[in-house]
Design a protein around this ligand. Structure first.
Ligand SMILES: [Ca+2]
Length: 501
């Protein structure tokens, strides 16, 4: 189903004979400037077919304002009539959050309304939801995004000129195509305070010049939350390209726990057993529609759910760790916060001081499969005894035992590992269970199957050396387990061995 939608999007692009290829044309939209479809916006591979923004769409743009004075009924702001702002509840002494949806989404859909409400409950700010017709084909919506960018930019430029409203007070929050769109707003305003790109769209934007896509020059702080990184080849809607100062990769950035594509994902989310939305309060049509989205775009929409969950400061936050790459993070190399190794909450309560003007940083976080998404992460580090046994291939599992319960069984090595006597190993595991103070760790070991008689018949085992098992929590606590004797982990018997503190 996911692939069918992707292909439908592409089909919509290809069949529209009105679109242009390498030829360059230009259109001028009254009060918003001129737009060309050549230059930076053309690329033979990344943007082979072009079209111009449709100026007539301006009449359909609407900026819906809510504040604590009008948390439900919206007031419409018109960039071409500043009196609509001065006559509204827009408070020039307060910060402003702007929410921009993506392709085929709608500002009135529950997620955006819920986000507006959560923001107003948490912060005394102006919240503007942007209404625009982000309808297929994608190439026209992508072109119209440029026009809407200019439209919203005009509002903040005029408010700065007429009322000295500092754009640094503005935080633009966009999802998917909306994340690319807010880049167009930031590009035209000097200087937006912050942009949060929630799983920025990849198709038509990845590897394009900064004038075409979201990039760190678009605001003082640009952060991205990536949950569906990839390309059309693997049916991902996000991008592999880091587009902000601070780029958060959740669960590796591509595949989210609990997301199941296809029919099982559709029906699972429809009946509330999976997916990332709580559909119980919505009408049947919205439920079916959103279930379809869950099945097709669960990874892509998870970033929205994560951002919304971070709004409430009294809820657990999603701690993320700066690391050069995913492999080093998964090996536990970037697990603690220190002067040299930075960490930050993901989402609304980001540590913006980590953003440096000319540096792009990657941060990694692990979540559970449903709300509450925050987890406690444990780094399990140990050394295999030198000179004992042979090099072994297989899967190593661990169970953490705490005073309030035991964890599920974690598979420590996600990829094939050659366990070598004398070598050090470290693995990260995460759980949203409250285990309480850690008491012991249990290991299980399954050797890889081999058809060779010599391998099949021999004894496979690992020996963990004494004093070498260390478990560090993401909270900063550290446990060093003292073994009474060397701990043998025998294959096939699935031997469970508890260490002692
Ligand atoms: Ca840009």
């Amino acid at each position: 189903m996911r692939s069918a939608v992707v292909l439908a999007v592409v089909f919509g692009v290809v069949v529209c004979c009105c679109f242009r290829t390498a030829q360059s044309a230009q259109v001028t939209c009254s009060g918003l400037g001129s737009f060309a479809d050549g230059g930076d916006f053309f690329h033979i591979l990344n943007r082979p077919i072009q079209t111009l923004p449709n100026c007539a769409q301006v009449s359909s743009f609407k900026l819906h304002l809510n504040t604590r004075l009008n948390p439900e009924a919206t007031q419409i702001l018109d960039p071409f009539d500043v009196s609509t702002v001065t006559g509204s509840n827009f408070d020039f002494a307060k910060d402003t959050k702007v929410l921009v949806h993506g392709f085929t989404d709608n500002y009135a859909w529950p997620w955006w309304a819920d986000t507006k409400t959560a923001l107003l409950n948490e912060l005394d700010v102006n919240v503007i939801r942007v209404e625009w017709a982000a309808l297929p084909p994608l190439i026209q919506a992508a072109a119209n995004a440029r026009l809407l960018g200019a439209y919203v930019a005009k509002l903040f430029n005029d408010l700065q000129a007429t009322s000295n409203y500092d754009p640094v007070r503005v935080h633009l929050i966009g999802h998917s195509l909306g994340a690319q769109l807010v880049g167009y707003i930031g590009e035209r305003v000097n200087k937006i305070g912050r942009i949060t790109g929630i799983d920025p769209a990849g198709l038509y934007f990845t590897n394009m010049p900064v004038s075409v896509r979201l990039d760190p020059t678009d605001a003082r702080v640009v952060d991205t939350i990536n949950t569906d990184s990839g390309s059309l080849i693997n049916f991902a809607f996000g991008t592999v390209q880091p587009m902000g100062h601070l780029n958060f990769y959740v669960n590796g950035g591509s595949n989210q726990p609990g997301c199941t594509s296809g029919a099982s994902g559709f029906f699972g989310s429809l009946f509330g057993s999976g997916g990332s939305f709580n559909t119980s309060a919505y009408d049947i049509l919205a439920t079916v529609t959103q279930s379809g989205y869950n099945a097709v775009m669960c990874n892509h929409y998870r970033a929205l759910a994560l951002f919304q969950e971070t709004i409430r400061s009294n809820r657990c936050q999603l701690k993320s760790y700066e690391c050069p790459n995913l492999q080093q993070y998964e090996h536990g190399d970037c697990f603690t916060c220190s002067d040299s190794r930075k960490c930050s909450n993901l989402g609304l309560h980001l540590d913006t001081s980590l953003a440096e003007p000319t540096v792009q940083k990657n941060l990694y976080a692990v979540t559970s499969d449903r709300s509450p998404y925050c987890t406690t992460t444990y780094r399990i580090g140990f050394t295999l005894k030198s000179g004992a046994g042979r090099q072994e291939q297989g899967d190593l599992f661990a169970i953490l035992h705490g005073s309030r319960g035991r964890s599920t069984k974690f598979q420590l090595n996600k990829e094939e590992v050659e366990f070598t006597p004398g070598a050090q190993y470290a693995f990260l595991v995460s759980t949203n269970q409250d285990l309480g103070p850690l008491l012991s760790v249990t290991f299980e070991w399954n050797a890889a199957f081999s058809v060779l008689p010599s391998e099949f018949l021999r004894r496979h085992y690992l020996i963990i050396g004494g004093r070498q098992l260390q478990v560090i929590l993401s909270t900063g606590q550290s446990h060093v387990f003292q073994f009474r004797e060397e701990q043998l982990i025998e294959e096939r018997e699935h031997s469970a061995i508890s260490s002692t503190v």
